[in-house]
Design a protein around this ligand. Structure first.
Ligand code: SF4
Length: 326
């Protein structure tokens, strides 16, 4: 059987820094392209996402999110391998039980894109991703815990799984009466909108629970007509769309950029949810915006936009029962 088009596009992603910069007409030496950083966390970016980058602009906000650079290899005190305490919160079987009433399943370690600031760039996926056997164990655990009302599929990116795998999981989950909501954490509708095909939207529409799709876009330029169409299909299938962004130096650290992100997302039917302070993961220090500046930007955003377009400014702190507002 022929694989879906999105899987072909996934395989055709750009994985070489020289090729990426060549496509954009940029000089690798001038940008601090780093082979060491790429070995630590490989470059991967779908070609459709590259097409949204500005040709000839070394400061392009989309390029900065994916290009492995020398700055990642500089030691940075306070930046660690497991910045958000996933190791301590892991319940085994790919399940992370950090918050009341919710179970988060690390459904897969795969992503269509590798974001340089990702808090899971050092996550031990091989040990903590829910394998097929692990999923069965996680389902048993969810079934046995009447306090779990919401199941969150995360990763990696859960939409990297085939429709059949997703359906197998939710078919089993239907038998658990206390589950009332399903949430998907995904960047795929933004970076590879072809993923939202008929098979996928049929699956969403068939689910017996309200579904929240929490997207991840950091800059207004990540949206284009293909993304708009994918998001419209998700909404038509019944999903509620939210966005979480990460505050990133050199990408979206201005009131103009953050306002444009909220407005552009809303035009595509997405409400802003969280603006995260960077998780202090090794290799990402050059993206950090200090707390005082973050608060200033957030206040500037609140002064400019309607309240529903202002995301909550939060930080994840290991061991906390919820995101900590700044
Ligand atoms: S899509 Fe999400 S999980 Fe995957 S690399 Fe980017 S930030 Fe990390």
């Amino acid at each position: 059987m022929q694989s879906p088009r999105w899987q072909q596009l996934w395989r055709e992603a750009v994985r070489d820094g020289g090729e990426l910069l060549g496509l954009l007409g940029l000089d690798p030496a001038a940008l601090g392209l780093s082979a060491g950083a790429a070995r630590q966390f490989p470059l991967r970016v779908p070609r459709g996402f590259v097409a949204r980058m500005r040709h000839g602009d070394p400061a392009d906000p989309l390029l900065r999110q994916v290009l492995p650079v020398d700055a990642e290899m500089r030691p940075a005190p306070g930046f660690s391998l497991d910045a958000v305490g996933d190791g301590a919160a892991s319940a085994g079987d790919g399940m992370i039980r950090k918050y009341n009433g919710r179970a988060l399943l690390v459904a897969t370690g795969s992503c269509a894109i590798n974001c340089r600031y990702c808090f899971r760039r050092h996550f031990p996926y091989a040990e903590q991703t829910a394998s097929a056997a692990g999923w069965a164990a996680a389902l048993e655990r969810i079934a046995a815990d009447g306090g779990i009302e919401e199941v969150i599929l995360s990763g990696g990116d859960p939409l990297s799984l085939s429709d059949a795998k997703l359906a197998a999981f939710t078919d089993a989950l239907r038998a658990v009466p206390h589950v009332r909501r399903l949430r998907l954490h995904t960047r795929l509708p933004v970076v590879l909108p072809e993923r939202v095909d008929d098979g996928f939207t049929d699956w969403i529409a068939s689910l017996p629970w309200p579904v929240a799709v929490v997207l991840h876009a950091n800059h207004a330029n990540e949206f284009d007509a293909g993304v708009d169409a994918a998001l419209a299909r998700l909404r038509a299938a019944g999903a509620s769309l939210l966005n979480q962004a990460v505050l990133l130096r050199g990408v979206n650290d201005s009131v103009d950029a953050l306002a444009a992100l909220s407005e552009r997302g809303f035009a595509a039917g997405v409400l802003p949810y969280y603006l995260h302070q960077l998780d202090r993961v090794q290799g990402a220090a050059h993206f950090e915006v200090d707390d005082a500046r973050a608060r200033q930007l957030h206040a500037g955003l609140a002064a400019r936009l309607s309240g529903y377009l202002v995301p909550r400014l939060v930080r994840e702190v290991a061991g906390d029962p919820g995101k900590r507002p700044l």
